[in-house]
Design a protein around this ligand. Structure first.
Ligand code: O2Y
Ligand code: MN
Length: 602
């Protein structure tokens, strides 16, 4: 299927090492997809959902020991430890390969090795990149079919000399003659998700789940691509991209970074509460952004599908996601209804009387456990989304007017705030934090810093990453063409613990303000006032038509808690100290200036 000698030789080497029984070069066709799904139904990995309820859809349960990304087993194997930085697990590349080579030896015996050529981004786009994943998991192939562009057309674009990211993946369970296969093979005792940034390689062993195994997503499109982006002067970011259209039909594109599970998919597919405004989706998780010849920052969504968190998704929280998954979708670790459909927590109320839960046990509303795993997922092609923007696959990307950072903060951080400058915006992104919501991740309410939502996904030292961001702005010949940077917080609470802001479609009111600000010079005071922390909306600047938010509440949402901000400075200093001499001076200066501004305002 290819004349690319580098690819052919590498496949031969991996075949010799992993010893699969068969090799299948994926062509990306619908026949291939259907055949793999049929086979997985026969082997018990998939259940076909009731075609009357959920046509062309499948249900899958993983091993309970393989349910999420495993950050503790995820490594950046750069030649120098300092290049991985304090936020990554590091291993010496030679030592890691010596450790993994015996694990991969014979690991695919009894299985088929699938060669999955994929494109991150529309094939042929100057921003897109090619990868090839070699995997022994048909579940991975089916997911990659939806999440990326796969097959013959990718090999054609690769050509005989094209370069690609090499991803080797095994579930780590060879099938010897005696042993029968299981529906979800994985190797719970040996999981390694390893990235070799200098050689643009990924070696993933032991897990078949999500970001550990669908190598195009977090491993390639974020960890490896962030390194390529640093080297080549662009940005690979953990951001949704949305298209916002005003009642006058003016369009602006917005990219936004929030930590995992902070509602990115919901915002990307939002139904605005404000009459006449329209939100359409370009992407819900990853943005690759490059400056165009006109000096503007152009973004593509490198993915072709959504791998969305199922629990909490409902017609209230995200009607467009619910419409996207009415057919042609795959559901992993959800619960199964007696009539062959799926269910998860908060999908509907009251819950069904009887279910089979994700652990295959009978469940009813009195059961004291969740019916779906909290990280249960739907996989679905993006083209099925009713609000996908027609230009979502435009090879040149869409010009970004605004970049949003955000977190889940009960106090201090106002509803929306515009950065004073590009460098101040980088400061805001670099100090991003969320309060933990679950006892499993630490103390409830504890502050977890997640700069630019990239903490688990930056493939190099985050100090250098901040410097890269600053440099892109400072080197720009026409700073007025840079996207404007904002910080949003939908999650501010009153002292009784109640959310102050209604959220969901009402967030369109904040988007409208951002849209209007982008059309005005930064220092304009029509809609904003300059404060110690940035440009905040004036009391009446946010459109509150038909919204029961009075002036007092609005003022609270936009208030600046000077004491709270000052108390936060030592925690930012502590956060920055981790990056030692790799922290750009510009950020230290921004922190000092913030402290100075707060003290002179107090
Ligand atoms: O647990 C996993 O493997 C999925 S993680 C994920 C999936 C889709 C989008 N974002 C994320 C994330 O962790 O940010
Ligand atoms: Mn994500």
């Amino acid at each position: 299927m290819t004349k690319n000698q580098r690819l052919i030789k590498w496949v031969e080497e991996v075949v010799a090492q992993c010893q699969p029984d068969a090799i299948h070069w994926c062509d990306g066709s619908s026949q291939e997809y259907d055949q793999l799904c049929r086979t997985m139904v026969e082997t018990g990995t998939f259940i076909r959902l009731n075609p009357q309820k959920r046509p062309n859809s499948f249900y899958c349960r993983s091993d309970p020991a393989d349910v999420a990304r495993v950050e503790q087993y995820t490594f950046i194997c750069s030649a120098k430890q300092g290049d991985a930085g304090p936020s990554n697990n590091w291993a010496d590349p030679r030592e890691m390969k010596e450790k993994l080579t015996p694990l991969f030896a014979g690991a695919m015996r009894g299985r088929t090795l699938y060669v999955i050529p994929y494109s991150m981004g529309p094939i042929g786009s100057p921003i897109a990149r090619i990868g090839v994943e070699l995997s022994d998991s048909p579940y991975v192939v089916v997911n990659m079919h939806m999440m990326t562009r796969v097959g013959t057309k990718v090999l054609e674009a690769l050509g005989p000399d094209g370069d690609f990211v090499k991803g080797m993946h095994s579930v780590g369970v060879p099938l010897d003659d005696s042993a029968a296969d299981v529906p979800w093979p994985c190797n719970a005792a040996h999981k390694f998700i390893c990235h070799f940034p200098e050689t643009r390689e990924i070696w993933s062993f032991g897990s078949g789940y999500g970001g550990n195994a669908l190598l195009g997503k977090k491993c390639h499109a974020l960890r490896i691509a962030s390194v390529q982006a640093r080297d080549e002067g662009w940005l690979a970011e953990h951001m949704l991209i949305l298209k916002l259209t005003s009642p006058q039909n003016a369009v602006k594109y917005i990219a936004a970074a929030f930590p995992s599970a902070c509602g990115k998919t919901n915002l990307a597919m939002m139904e605005p509460a404000l009459a006449g405004w329209k939100v359409e989706t370009i992407g819900d998780d990853i943005a690759w952004m490059k400056f165009g010849p006109d000096g503007r920052l152009y973004a593509i969504n490198p993915e072709a599908g959504f791998f969305g968190v199922a629990p909490g998704t409902s017609f209230k929280s995200n009607p467009n996601a619910m419409k996207t998954i009415t057919q042609g979708a795959l559901f992993t670790n959800c619960a199964l209804t007696p009539d062959g459909d799926i269910w998860w927590e908060d999908m509907s109320s009251p819950p069904p009387d009887h279910l089979t839960d994700w652990t295959r046990r009978p469940w009813n509303p009195r059961s004291r456990r969740k019916a779906a795993h909290p990280n249960a997922r739907f996989t679905v092609p993006a083209r099925q989304c009713p609000v996908i923007a027609p230009e979502w696959e435009d090879p040149k990307g869409v010009p970004i007017s605004a970049i949003l950072f955000g977190g889940r903060r009960a106090g201090i951080v106002p509803l929306v705030n515009e950065a004073l400058s590009w460098r101040h915006g980088v400061f805001l992104g670099s100090t991003m934090a969320s309060e933990t919501t679950s006892a499993a991740t630490g103390k409830v309410g504890a502050l977890r810093r997640d700069p630019m939502a990239m903490l688990p996904f930056c493939g190099y030292n985050m100090g250098d990453y901040f410097a890269h961001w600053i440099k892109l702005g400072e080197n720009h010949p026409e700073p007025s063409k840079l996207p404007r940077i904002f910080f949003v917080n939908w999650f501010r609470k009153n002292p009784d613990g109640r959310f102050l802001w209604p959220g969901y479609g009402e967030n369109s009111r904040v988007l409208k303000w951002i849209f209007q600000r982008c059309a005005l010079p930064v220092a304009d005071t029509t809609l904003a006032r300059q404060t110690a922390i940035g440009y905040l909306p004036t009391l009446h600047a946010l459109d509150r038509t038909d919204l029961p938010v009075d002036d007092q509440l609005m003022a609270e949402l936009l208030s600046i808690d000077v004491g709270g901000w000052l108390a936060e400075i030592p925690s930012i200093r502590e956060h920055y100290a981790k990056f030692e001499d790799r922290l750009p001076q510009g950020l230290t200066k921004e922190l000092e200036s913030l402290e100075h501004r707060l003290k002179s305002n107090a």
